[in-house]
Design a protein around this ligand. Structure first.
Ligand code: MN
Length: 233
């Protein structure tokens, strides 16, 4: 096969303890999956069940590389999230089988242009420009699943310039990892290489160019990077 243009590189994430990379197929994201975050965003956890959206695969940033402050926003927010890496997929996966499809877990940041998201919510418009922009998905190395070591509890947190901004526990997720996989697979055929960002706990806030961001999920991994560039607006 020849191509008109050189094909773009395959987005891929390093794997702890392995020289081979995890090639990314799609990035799915869950919104409003921790009740304390739903409340801080002005929602009612009982009336606002988790929702799905997506980012392009090439939105990932790996290896603790710096992120450039994006254009078209003056209110960039961090959202620390557990990321699920899928080894296999399918449609209509039962909750009881869902974790068998997981390759491993990572920690990621779902960067959000909050000002554009508020405009989208108010106008009943899609979230793509608020969520799916370049470099909007920094992610740590993937920690492969060991025997019985699925990420079902443990501290998830994020600090900016050494100041703790977000802290929660994976056990606070409204939908568990297995329930997320089952629900997503009723909407999309999940595939090998899919990443799933599973939602953020409370404490989201704005970051600025020059900030240092450090995030972690207990027993999963750590992510630390600098935000570069000039803030606009
Ligand atoms: Mn999020």
């Amino acid at each position: 096969m020849t191509y008109i243009f050189t094909p773009p590189p395959t987005p891929a994430v390093p794997v702890s303890g392995n020289d081979a990379l995890f090639a990314v197929n799609r990035i799915y994201c869950v919104g409003q999956n921790y009740s304390d975050h739903v409340k801080e965003m002005g929602g009612d956890p009982k009336k606002n069940p988790p929702i799905f959206f997506s980012k392009p695969a090439n939105a990932i940033v790996t290896g603790n590389q710096p992120v450039n402050y994006p254009q078209a926003t003056s209110d960039l927010h961090h959202e620390v999230e557990l990321v699920v890496a899928m080894a296999s997929g399918g449609r209509a996966i039962p909750v009881s089988e869902a974790l068998n499809h997981v390759y491993g877990y990572a920690v990621g940041v779902d960067f959000t242009r909050r000002d554009l998201q508020l405009q989208a919510k108010q106008g009943g418009k899609p979230w793509d420009v608020a969520k799916g922009f370049d470099q909007s998905a920094p992610v740590s190395a993937i920690h492969p699943v060991g025997e019985g070591s699925h990420a079902e509890e443990g501290t998830i947190q994020l600090a900016v310039n050494g100041e703790l901004r977000q802290q929660g526990d994976l056990s606070q997720m409204i939908w568990s990892v297995a329930e997320i996989i089952a629900a997503l697979s009723n909407l999309f055929e999940l595939k090998t290489g899919d990443l799933i960002f599973t939602g953020t706990p409370a404490g989201v806030s704005a970051v600025n160019a020059g900030d240092r961001i450090e995030a972690s999920v207990e027993n999963v991994g750590e992510l630390a990077f600098d935000l570069l560039g000039e803030q606009q607006g």
